[in-house]
Design a protein around this ligand. Structure first.
Ligand code: ZN
Length: 391
């Protein structure tokens, strides 16, 4: 039997692993640390790390992996504030819509930074997406593999000693580690939390016909090689009192465009992605039993902007939201009969949530403390744009 936390909406079934106590859960108690830590002192610690790095480097001081998310804007603004010279690294997931491409280009031009954008071989990439869907009910694993390893390869190849990430998801959601641990990037954590214990090797175990050379960037570089070069990755959420909704709203001044979606009130996280709140959200529900909205609501409960009861009522409304999945299957070049087969055999339990036309975006009433942070957002015009203008 899984147990529910009486403070938030998570249960012991959380994919990262979560402990439930009499008065809360590991995620809720780790969140409490945010009110105890001396963040000013943490910032000074970060400045010291930065100074040590800057004394060693001549060119770029750090790699900042980005997708064009509001969080990336926040991270980059802090990196520049710290006086670091960053190289921004992005992997094309081929899932961006017009808002997604705007946000990525705007990030690079607004902060005036150098960037590397990697466009993986699309045939291989789609093959991996297909296999990942078949084996794990997950369509983002190939992208997540690249996003969490390609920037590390770049750091190694170009001898850049530091990689700066935003939040550590497993700390934020389930309190897997304490902020006091100051966890750094590792091959183990990537596999356990970013890739849900799968590995690209598992992904290509059978099925996808892929040349190993193409797969190099999907795999994490050799750890011994990395440590010989002294490369390390930090999470900014260990150094700032992490509050995504508040941070992300502030990024509008830099030209970030929020996007409306029908599956959550959060118009900042993963804005500009054609699958995140659509097919990916449906698959998340199928795999773990809840949708992205729960992650957002739990976060807001912990920040004190919504009560558990209010959150629970809002979740049940968003849980009814249908998602358009046809666009994804077109992207994957699946025939009509293949699509019908998949729906019948693999999505039968969630078929009431499937929609094949554009979905109406509901207006769900939120508590005032939240409405205040959720901006009027844009709606996309074109989905699934492989290459954005100027790239
Ligand atoms: Zn909890």
């Amino acid at each position: 039997m899984h147990k529910y936390c009486n403070q938030c909406l998570y249960s012991t079934k959380h994919p990262f692993g979560l402990s439930v106590y009499e008065s809360g859960c590991s995620g809720c108690s780790t969140h409490q640390e945010k009110n105890e830590i001396n963040w000013q002192k943490r910032y000074q610690e970060l400045q010291e790390i930065v100074q040590t790095v800057k004394n060693k480097t001549k060119g770029y001081d750090c790699v900042v992996p980005v997708t064009g998310d509001a969080e990336d804007y926040f991270v980059l603004s802090k990196v520049l504030e710290l006086g670091l010279s960053p190289l921004v690294v992005a992997v094309n997931d081929y899932f961006k819509n017009d808002i997604g491409w705007h946000n990525l280009h705007q990030l690079i031009t607004n902060f005036d930074v150098d960037s590397v954008i990697f466009n993986p071989d699309i045939r291989v990439y789609k093959d991996l997406v297909r296999t990942s869907l078949r084996k794990f009910d997950h369509i983002l694993l190939p992208f997540l593999s690249l996003h969490t390893s390609f920037p590390v390869h770049i750091a190694y190849e170009r001898k850049i000693p530091l990689i700066i990430w935003g939040q550590h998801q497993a700390i934020e959601q389930s309190g897997k580690f304490s902020h006091y641990d100051k966890v750094e990037m590792s091959k183990w954590s990537r596999k356990e939390h970013d890739l849900f214990e799968t590995d690209i090797d598992t992904l290509i175990g059978n099925g996808a016909q892929v040349n190993t050379r193409d797969l190099n960037y999907y795999q994490y570089p050799d750890i011994a090689k990395l440590s010989r070069r002294g490369i390390k990755g930090l999470y900014l959420s260990n150094y700032f009192r992490w509050d995504p909704l508040v941070q992300n709203k502030k990024m509008l001044v830099h030209g970030f465009r929020p996007e409306r979606n029908q599956s959550s009130f959060d118009v900042y996280e993963r804005a500009g992605n054609s699958v995140y709140y659509q097919f990916h959200d449906l698959l998340k529900y199928k795999r773990v039993g809840y949708r992205k909205i729960r992650d957002h609501l739990v976060r807001e409960i912990r920040h004190g902007r919504i009560t558990r009861d209010e959150a629970s009522a809002i979740e049940s409304q968003y849980n009814q939201s249908q998602v358009n999945i046809r666009g994804f299957f077109n992207w994957l070049d699946v025939s009509q009969s293949g699509y019908e087969w998949f729906k019948l055999h693999r999505l039968n339990d969630v078929k009431n949530l499937i929609c094949e036309t554009d979905v109406e975006k509901k207006n769900i009433i939120l508590p005032e403390k939240l409405t205040f942070l959720v901006e009027q957002a844009y709606c996309s015009i074109n989905e699934f744009i492989y290459f954005g203008k100027g790239i």
